[in-house]
Design a protein around this ligand. Structure first.
Ligand code: NDP
Ligand code: 8X3
Length: 252
């Protein structure tokens, strides 16, 4: 079994690479940070993985890399579309448009490019599984979540749309929707501010990358007639906000 994981250099992607590798899968590891890819590749063992330095936003290179996979890594069984980010926590009126564009380009367009590049092989072999990484942020709004939440709502709906299009084939689609998890997610969201990132998980126990990897492993190892459409998982200590109210005075 060959599993391709985008965003394998950190967090969920790295945990998935380690977890699936231990279970005997060959891994294709994708990310931008080459030294991290090589370190992980060494850890997982020669010939058992293929590290590829790639920015998923680069459509031409995504297609080229998938087209030119070596024969022993060509027959992908599982694609985990995990590469993604939240950048910023500002309100819509204050945020820099570059942050929004980066999230749309990575979380939506990058995921779509990877899907379009890998899908023909899955269809040809009439076998396989695409696992997209959504988020609770795609299901519930919160202040400062604006475009990040929007991209994850896209990922959810795109996953359900794929499931509709692939009806009649043996290709499975799953959207995984985690809540707060202690990865490098918050460090990226707060542009490298370690204190702000650490405070997100203060006095509570968040999910781990391994929790998510185990969940994905379960989803892709159901009997052949079962498709897990969506899984939403959260830390026990994360909850929902009541509807917010502005008390800035009565509207005249
Ligand atoms: P991390 O920041 O730890 O990992 C993100 C990964 O994505 C890194 O490996 C990074 O690699 C990769 N990546 C980012 N941009 C690109 C790009 N343009 N091309 C290729 N790879 C890229 O965060 P998480 O593990 O938490 O995030 C993984 C996914 O899970 C994301 O889609 C995120 O939105 C989602 N998520 C996270 C939650 C959380 O609370 N942690 C909860 C719900 C969903 P590199 O920088 O080397 O390219
Ligand atoms: C990230 C999960 O709860 O921080 O996708 O928005 S949350």
């Amino acid at each position: 079994m060959i599993i391709l994981i985008t965003g394998a250099t950190s967090g969920f992607g790295k945990s998935c690479a380690e977890f699936f590798s231990k279970k005997g899968y060959k891994t294709i590891l994708i990310g931008r940070r080459k030294e991290r890819l090589l370190k992980l590749s060494k850890k997982l063992g020669v010939k058992k993985n293929l590290p590829i330095q790639l920015d998923v936003r680069n459509k031409i290179k995504v297609y080229r890399e998938i087209e030119n996979l070596p024969n022993d890594f060509k027959k992908i069984s599982v694609l985990i579309n995990n590469a993604g980010l939240a950048w910023g926590f500002e309100t819509a009126q204050d945020v820099d448009i570059e942050k929004w564009e980066t999230m749309i380009d990575t979380n939506c367009k990058g995921l779509v490019y990877m899907t379009k590049a890998v899908l023909p092989g899955l269809i040809e072999r009439n076998k396989g599984h695409i696992v997209n990484i959504g988020s609770v942020a795609g299901n519930y709004p919160y202040g400062g979540g604006n475009v990040y939440g929007g991209t994850k709502a896209f990922v959810k709906q795109f996953s359900l749309g794929l499931k509709s299009d692939l009806l009649g084939t043996k290709v499975k689609i799953t959207n995984i929707e985690p809540g707060m998890a202690d990865t490098e997610f918050s460090l990226v969201r707060f542009s490298g501010n370690k204190k702000k990132a650490k405070d997100v998980y203060k006095n509570m126990t968040p999910l781990t990358g391994n929790d998510v990897a185990e969940t994905i492993f379960w989803a892709v190892n159901r009997p052949s007639h079962v498709n897990i459409n969506r899984i939403e998982l959260m830390p026990l200590q994360q909850g929902f906000n009541f509807f917010a109210v502005s008390r800035s005075g009565k509207i005249k």
